[in-house]
Design a binder for this molecule. Structure first.
Ligand code: FAD
Length: 523
């Protein structure tokens, strides 16, 4: 099953194993099952501490296998083959089952071990989804650390009828006790907070009280993407009291697969760069508060940043680095059918629409790239572009035009996502030239119409452009002295990682300058 290089790599990983691992295989008579048995054979060859048993009786999905300590104790199961992006999840599951410590802080380990409830999770994935392994690995780690938690990865392509029956139209989708627990990219701390909130209802209130009790910050950075990370590093290096509050550390970088224009690094991946951002910030004395959403900022002697959790943070200066998010179409049915056919990530969710009909909304570079990718997987792609011409690069348009299973409608305004109550069945669009409304029958809609700045929390507090972006001067200062802005959230053009980082550094230095000048004035 595995090639010679992968076998050698696996062997070197499993050399770290010092405790026995017992794999139980649940085979059937399919080709995938034969491949699974061959994979398990490769694993046993790589380490004498791994043994494989077969169970042909037990109920449950087949082909699948579970990874256990002898005598039970770990509830990790893989249904379908964990290859592609999930191979790393398998290797980590083996290592962690054998007691190899996960790379997380002791506080996180403690929180996982303190979960005092029996929880069975199932995560539906596709093997080409780059967001899925993080979720699978987080869930597996919890199962390895806490015997009351069990987790099963389900490869959607292998269990297609179940995917359809359960109306799963986006990956990763995590089920808890058969009900949807979460879908899309989720970080370990986000999953953990959600579980803790479920099993300990007072936890959120206690966290909010702890946040409100914090001493005022000299500089509070709101947003943990490239701009926020750079701002926090520059502030902390000045030796001032720095905090960073963010919904999820990494920002849009987490949604990015390959990055090839981060100057000095010829190629990297979004998840890796996001980890690097966090690790670099953690080198310094920065108070990192994640999973917290800012809802307003109030100027005063100290700025007060209110959070959705009810907490209020105080600071002498604030850096707004809240970036941007996917733009919605805002048409009837879009919100209702999100993850039920309406999707935003073609790399992740494309394989779930194999052999089906889909639409891509948007004819810019990201829309046309998505259409080209999807055309290789699905039966047919309809591209709808509002403008009278596609706005993508000529080379992409030429490639698109060469594909036999793509139809392009220009001057087309999407008017409604249509569904049967469970899932998308089509869409309607208006021909802007004639006013005629047409219906297209399909199962998936990929929305690729750009980004919108995350400035709801700033509305009424500082000046925003007509597009809702933060207006900044050459030092990154906004219309309110002491509040600075950086990155994709601002009017600064060309939304890119290196630009966001540079702007974050600049805003931080600008804010430091402001702090020095205001302290001199006060004296
Ligand atoms: P973001 O990355 O958007 O970070 C915003 C931060 O603010 C996040 O931590 C978020 O959780 C937080 N936040 C948002 N609202 C709130 C709130 N109310 N309260 C608290 N926190 C909040 N750029 C490149 O240079 N090269 C590429 O190859 C590339 N590829 C891309 C591919 C994709 C699919 C996408 C979406 C973007 C890509 N970009 C690329 C653009 C790049 O990712 C952005 O320019 C960059 O991430 C902007 O950084 P930022 O810090 O300004 O904002």
């Amino acid at each position: 099953m595995l090639d010679a290089d992968t076998k050698a790599q696996l062997k070197s990983y499993l050399e770290r194993v010092s405790q026995p691992i017992e794999i139980t295989a649940f085979p059937d008579d399919s080709e995938t099952s034969r491949n699974m048995m061959s994979l398990l054979g490769d694993i046993t060859e790589a380490s004498h501490l791994v043994s494989v048993l077969q169970n042909t009786e037990a109920p449950g999905r087949r082909p699948s296998f579970s990874v256990n300590r002898p005598g039970g104790g770990v509830g990790i199961r893989f249904s379908g083959l964990p290859m592609g992006h999930e191979f790393t999840s398998l290797v980590l599951a083996l290592l962690q089952t054998a007691g190899y410590p996960p790379k997380v802080s002791p506080e996180i380990v403690q929180q996982i071990q303190a979960i005092n409830a029996d929880l069975h999770f199932e995560t539906f994935v596709s093997l080409t989804c780059h967001n899925c392994p993080d979720v699978v690995q987080a869930m597996n780690m919890m199962a390895a650390l806490n015997p009351r938690i069990t987790h099963e990865m389900v490869e959607g392509g292998q269990f297609q009828s179940e995917v359809e029956e359960r109306q799963i139209m986006g990956v990763p989708t995590v089920l808890l006790g058969g009900e949807v627990f979460g879908s899309g990219r989720m970080e370990l701390d986000e999953i953990l907070a959600k579980i803790v909130a479920l099993v300990d209802t007072g936890a959120a209130e206690r966290t909010a009280a702890e946040l409100s009790a914090k001493e005022p910050f000299d500089m509070l950075v709101v947003g943990g993407g490239p701009a926020g990370a750079a701002a926090a590093i520059y502030a902390a290096r000045k030796g001032i009291r720095t905090g960073i509050v963010a919904e999820r550390f990494g920002g849009q970088v987490l949604d990015t697969l390959a990055i090839e224009n981060f100057v000095s690094v010829s190629a990297t991946e979004g998840a890796r760069l996001a980890r690097g951002l966090e690790e670099h910030v953690r080198v310094y004395d920065v108070d990192i508060m994640t999973l917290q959403r800012a809802v307003s900022v109030k100027p005063g002697e100290l700025f007060e940043v209110a959070l959705e959790s009810g907490a209020v943070l105080k600071a002498k200066s604030v850096i707004a680095a809240t970036g941007a998010r996917w733009r919605n179409m805002n048409v009837p049915g879009e919100a209702e059918y999100k993850t039920k056919g309406v999707a935003y990530c073609p790399h992740c969710d494309g394989p779930l629409f194999k052999g089906k009909r889909v639409a891509v909304i948007g004819g810019g570079n990201s829309g046309i790239e998505a259409a080209i990718d999807l055309a290789g997987i699905v039966e047919h792609v309809t591209v709808l572009e509002f403008d009278t011409k596609l706005r993508a690069d000529a080379v992409l348009i030429a490639k698109l035009n060469s594909l036999p299973n793509v139809t392009v409608h220009l001057n087309a305004k999407t008017t409604e996502v249509v569904g049967d109550g469970q899932k998308v069945t089509g869409l309607t669009y208006e021909d802007r030239a004639t006013g005629e409304v047409h219906r297209v029958n399909l199962e998936g809609i990929f929305v690729q119409i750009g980004l919108v700045p995350n400035t709801d929390w700033l509305k009424g507090a500082i000046e925003l452009s007509p597009r809702g972006e933060v207006i900044v001067d050459v030092k990154g200062e906004t219309s309110v002295p002491g509040i600075f802005g950086a990155g994709d959230v601002t009017t600064v053009p060309y939304k890119q990682i290196v630009i966001a980082m540079g702007e974050g550094a600049k805003a931080s230095l600008g804010a430091f300058d402001h702090l020095i000048r205001s302290s001199v004035k006060a004296a």
